[in-house]
Write a protein that binds this ligand. Structure first.
Ligand code: NDP
Length: 664
């Protein structure tokens, strides 16, 4: 018998007083004990705040992103052990793809986004510098800075690996230490995953702790700098929220009656009909329907009701249900006998409003097996339970709708869902449904014959996109790329001079002090390019001949450059003007250092603005200033330069940010 341990203050604490039994889902045999009433949760919270958090925040965003990548690589190399143990939760090999591989994939995505989309520093900017005066000598900048507390992640039983990794990835990237509390029924898998992550040797002490079993009075010790994220039932979410002291940020992801809608354009012969059948069956049976995103309600145009029920029933009748370790098995048991009883109870409630049109014959005398049940609700407008009862197993209800407006109203009757899918090949249907249901959903998934194998699936939350939903779904928001990292950071408006703002943010802003020095900055390596270092170029006068040569050479003979009278009729120009691209090209001609050197490549321009026309006879100069640096690898990094092009009167004519790769 395994004694599942918690990991507290750097030590493993085995199951002890008050431990609960954990059973194998397929056999019902007790395989582990978990929980310890004497766990010092208050001490763990203090340890995360005082040891783990500061150690994480001593690292910058890129250090932490590299740490996530190392964790992902280590888990990937050792995932067989997670697969092997996960079978005890009833999960099949295909289910492991969602939980284990999905979790590792999420770590990889945050690792990559952290390096690409976050600065190599400690402050995340929100928007740009807001000038608050006439000259720009004083302004403000919103920044995100990590919370100084701990993130407590309370998870549901269904995703012991992904559930943890999708929550800790953004928290750790933000610089906030995490305590994970998995559901007891599957905490032995989470424990193994935590052990593997610690073995990777990259997590600072105190960055990650684990509570297997209850949290005791731990919630009462949390404060406003902490954060609690929760996945599970609405009832538990309420209990947890009520136990928190005032001001503790709380995010819940709870019950969700996700719908799948067949478009009005679909016929029984359309590819979209087949796609929807496949999706509904997959969503009913993956993880034995124990997915927060699973399709619970199937909305179909009335004439296609019977054909759809027949196709779904025929697919479900061929389903192989059995021991998850058996390769032929397509669906394992639900997680526990008590969960099976709960699904039965909820299905019975749905059965008061809907007729069971398909029920598998997979009765098993041991373990927690549950046969898929498909219901048909003939009065979806009058029904309440089918829109409000989450039977957390392989249970779905099909409903016919009259027209698209009716379908939208029925989908929204779920009172807030994580996701709804739509199968249509008609762009008007797609727009009407997406706009009609958007406000009640966290994600709208549109699939048709064109998305091919790239469609990620109704039920798969992507790390790049928001996961969460309004209303019944809990109102929380997880994932969504760097958006998720901000949930563990605080936004503060900092006011001051541009130089002060630059010092705080680690990014030079126009107006901050500049240092003009020799040699040419293009002769300097990445590490020698200090923020604010500036090159002021010579001036170059632009002639009418330049404009005509440029026009002929590029083929851009737009009238504003070539026809004086036509240009004069244009309200923006005094007469013929130089091309914007001519200005950019001449600017480059002014600031580049031609000899071979550390600058490797020009990778793009951001925020380009042409501010004032340049007319023949004007002279331009460029101020090129180092704004920001971001290491890419051991050999080179990205340097962002601010290019300010001005005319002979010192007026700004163009402004942009130039991106270059510079050798180290
Ligand atoms: P629960 O709501 O029972 O538990 C969720 C988590 O909360 C578990 O880790 C649980 O720990 C913990 N918990 C329970 N009580 C407390 C408490 N007083 N203080 C702190 N933590 C607490 O969810 P389950 O995982 O058992 O799933 C039950 C139901 O939740 C499912 O049948 C389903 O209906 C719904 N669910 C919905 C999801 C969704 O997103 N739509 C996802 C998963 C579940 P412990 O296990 O130790 O009790």
């Amino acid at each position: 018998m395994q004694h599942v341990s918690s990991f507290a203050k750097g030590l493993w604490v085995p199951a002890g007083a008050g431990a609960r039994e954990v059973a194998d889902a397929a056999t019902g045999q007790v395989i582990a004990l978990a929980g310890n009433e004497n766990l010092d949760v208050e001490g763990m919270i203090g340890y995360a705040r005082e040891v783990g958090g500061p150690a994480l925040r001593a690292m910058d965003f890129h250090d932490r992103a590299r740490m996530l990548k190392a964790l992902a690589l280590h888990l990937n190399a050792n995932k067989q052990a997670l697969y092997d143990l996960s079978f005890t939760t009833g999960a099949t090999q295909a289910d492991h793809g969602f939980d284990v591989d999905g979790g590792i994939g999420t770590l990889f995505v945050f690792a990559s986004k952290g390096r690409r989309e976050m600065p190599e520093g400690h402050v995340l900017l929100d928007g740009g510098f807001e000038s608050l005066g006439r000259t720009g000598a004083f302004g403000g900048q919103h920044i995100y800075t990590p919370r100084l507390g701990v993130a407590l992640h309370i998870n549901a039983f269904n995703f012991p690996v992904w559930g943890m990794l999708e929550k800790i990835a953004p928290a750790l990237l933000a610089g906030v230490a995490s305590i994970v509390k998995p559901a007891t029924a599957t905490c032995h898998v989470t424990e193994l995953c935590v052990r593997l992550m610690l073995d990777a040797g990259v997590l600072p002490d105190g960055a990650l702790q684990l509570i297997c079993g209850g949290v005791g009075d731990g919630l009462s010790h949390l404060g406003p700098q902490d954060a609690v994220t929760f996945t599970g039932s609405a009832a538990t979410a309420e209990v947890v929220q009520n136990a928190l002291p005032r001001g503790v940020p709380f995010t819940a992801e709870q019950d969700s009656l996700n719908a799948s809608i067949m478009g009005t354009d679909v016929t029984a012969e359309s590819p979209e009909f087949d796609l929807m059948v496949k999706e509904v069956v997959r969503e009913m049976t993956t993880k034995a329907g124990q997915k927060c995103t699973a399709i619970r309600r199937v909305l179909v145009p009335q004439p296609l009701l019977q054909p759809l029920i027949e196709r779904l029933s025929s697919q479900l009748s061929g389903l192989v249900v059995g021991d998850p370790r058996d390769k032929a098995t397509r669906m394992g048991p639900v997680v526990s006998a008590s969960q099976r009883d709960d699904v039965l109870e909820k299905a019975a409630l749905i059965g008061t409003e809907a007729e069971c049109v398909f029920e598998g014959e997979h009765g098993m005398d041991r373990g927690a097996f549950f046969s898929p049940k498909l219901f048909h609700c003939a009065d979806p407008d009058g029904a309440e339970a089918v829109h409000g009862t989450e039977a957390f197993g392989p249970v779905s209800t099909v409903m016919g709708y009259r027209d698209l407006g009716h379908a939208v109203a029925l989908a929204n009757k779920g009172q807030g869902s994580l996701v709804a899918s739509l199968f249509t090949h008609d762009s008007d249907v797609a727009r009407d449904v997406a706009l009609g249901i958007g406000a009640w959903h966290g994600r709208v998934y549109i699939n048709d014959r064109d998305t091919g194998r790239e469609a990620t699936g109704h039920g798969a939350p992507m790390p790049h996109l928001t996961h969460g939903g309004p209303g019944r779904a809990g109102g929380g928001e997880e994932l969504g790329g760097i958006r998720a990292v901000k949930h563990y950071m605080h936004r503060v408006a900092v006011q001051g001079s541009p130089s002060m703002i630059s010092a705080v943010t680690g990014r030079w802003v126009p107006g901050a002090s500049k240092v003009e020095a020799k040699p040419h900055p293009f002769t300097l390596k990445f590490g020698d390019l200090a923020l604010g270092r500036t090159l002021r170029t010579e001036a170059r006068t632009i002639t009418l001949e330049d404009v005509e040569t440029f026009a002929r050479f590029t083929g851009d003979t737009f009238y504003a450059h070539m026809d004086e009278d036509a240009a004069k009729r244009n309200p923006f120009f005094p007469g013929r003007v130089a091309h914007g691209y001519l200005i950019l090209s001449f600017a480059a001609g002014l600031f580049v250092e031609p000899a071979e050197g550390p600058v490797l490549a020009n990778t793009g321009l951001d925020n380009l603005r042409f501010l004032k026309p340049v007319v023949p006879g004007d002279s331009i100069t460029v101020d090129l200033t180092v704004m920001d640096r971001k290491s890419r690898n051991e050999d080179y990094g990205e340097v962002r330069w601010h290019a300010a092009v001005s005319n002979q009167d010192g007026e700004a004519v163009a402004e942009y940010e130039l991106l270059t790769m510079v050798a180290k």
